[in-house]
Design a protein around this ligand. Structure first.
Ligand SMILES: Cc1ncc(COP(=O)(O)O)c(C=O)c1O
Length: 388
């Protein structure tokens, strides 16, 4: 999964504000902010008390630096990146721009996260197309394997393949390079919601060549809520935004000239930027989080998180619980299944012991990050043993 050169990152808990007795194993729900990012954010909020310090350049400098930083992190050009407030906003941009032919299909997964469903339902309905849902694959002894099922489902009828990199309920991994090949062979577009993977595992844009990619920052990118990024491939950078705002029009840097209305947009994917994208409060937090991720390196984060999930998986298996084999799950994400059913009020029992995970469907999602220690895993298993 991770490149051979990846190195393991030592524990980073001191960078976060997580008391020792808390076992927070729920990054897939919401990551904690870095202390440094929170401090930057507090200063950013305070700056609104004295708005006379905010210049017209400030509407552009911080956001352009953050755009470039994100672009570098995923190996893209800054012109391919726009700011979005949510995954659903980014999917709406993709759905506005990629046509669906009459009788043609948008392919999604069973139980896919709704932000990557609803815009497609509307677009398909309006254009006479359909949603095709890939059923959950049968469990193999290694866990569910989505990739062959998705490859099978892509046909000449497919216009759009709208997927995650790993399933949000249990971390089941999807081979996007193989799927991209098949999608391209039938002329289908590929749209990715990487909310549950970007920041924790690499996304190879060169091999996958997606049409659009969306990623909010509040999970694995360690950023704030209501801030995210859209990648639009060069072939989609002349498309139609879902709102028309003044900041993304050409020449908007000249505030005095704003009433000379302008038909052209700022270059590249900037045309899709959400309104008020300068976001003076959230932007510096986002930038700080991305700087830290860049500093650690995504390959290294993935390798390190994989050692944590592997260790938890081994202990879960020895208790008679089941998890997918490493090749069928994302490195940062465990879906633990209970052969005798999920114990009653499992989450309440765990929370009483200060252990935080999620339940999605029949999977207990255990999603650690660099702040998690061996003691957190001990706490999880002693609380689990008490309820099994
Ligand atoms: C796969 C996936 N996509 C998107 C989101 C969040 O979507 P939005 O940013 O539209 O609220 C989540 C949240 O859990 C998710 O798991």
């Amino acid at each position: 999964m991770q490149a051979k050169t990846a190195s393991l990152i030592p524990n980073q808990r001191s960078l976060f504000d997580i008391p020792d007795h808390i076992a927070y194993l729920n990054c897939a729900y919401m990551s904690p902010l870095l202390k440094s990012a929170a401090e930057v954010g507090e200063r950013a909020i305070a700056s609104k008390k004295q708005p006379w310090h905010t210049t017209s350049e400030d509407f552009f400098t911080e956001s352009e630096a953050t755009r470039s930083l994100f672009a570098k992190l995923i190996g893209a050009d800054a012109d391919a990146i726009s700011f979005i407030p949510s995954a659903s906003y980014g999917i709406a941009i993709a759905a506005t721009n990629i046509p669906i032919g009459e009788g043609q299909e948008v392919l999604v997964l069973a139980e896919q996260f709704p932000s990557n469903i609803y815009a497609w339902e509307r677009a398909a309905e309006e254009q006479g197309g359909h949603i095709q849902t890939v059923a959950s694959p049968a469990e193999t002894e290694n866990g569910p394997d989505w990739t062959p099922a998705i490859l099978d489902a892509i046909s000449e009828r497919t216009d759009i393949v709208a997927l995650p990199h790993c399933h949000w309920t249990d971390g089941a991994l999807i081979d996007l390079a193989a799927i991209s090949n098949k999608a391209k062979s039938v002329g289908a577009a590929l749209v990715l919601d990487v909310s549950q993977s970007l920041g924790a595992m690499p996304l190879n844009l060169v091999d996958i060549d997606p049409d659009f990619v969306v990623a909010p920052t509040y999970k694995w990118l360690l950023g704030p809520y209501a801030m995210g990024f859209l990648y639009a491939a060069p072939r989609w950078q002349n498309g139609r935004p879902i709102e028309e705002n003044w900041l993304n029009r050409k020449g908007s840097e000249d505030f005095a000239g704003l009433v000379d209305y302008e038909d052209n947009y700022q270059p590249g994917a900037r045309r899709y930027d959400m309104g008020e994208r300068a976001n003076f409060q959230l932007m510096p937090i986002t930038r700080c989080a991305l700087e830290q991720i860049a500093d650690w390196g995504i390959e290294n984060i993935a390798a390190t998180l994989q050692t944590k999930t592997n260790a938890i998986a081994a202990r879960a298996t020895s208790l008679g619980l089941t998890v997918s084999a490493p090749e069928l799950r994302a490195p940062h994400f465990l879906g633990v299944r209970f052969p005798d059913g999920v114990p009653d009020r499992l989450l309440d029992h765990l929370a009483k012991e200060h252990v935080y995970v999620s339940l999605r469907g029949t999977s207990m999602r255990v999603t650690p990050h660099l702040y998690n220690t061996d003691e957190d895993a001990d706490r999880l298993f002693s609380a689990l043993q008490a309820v099994l």
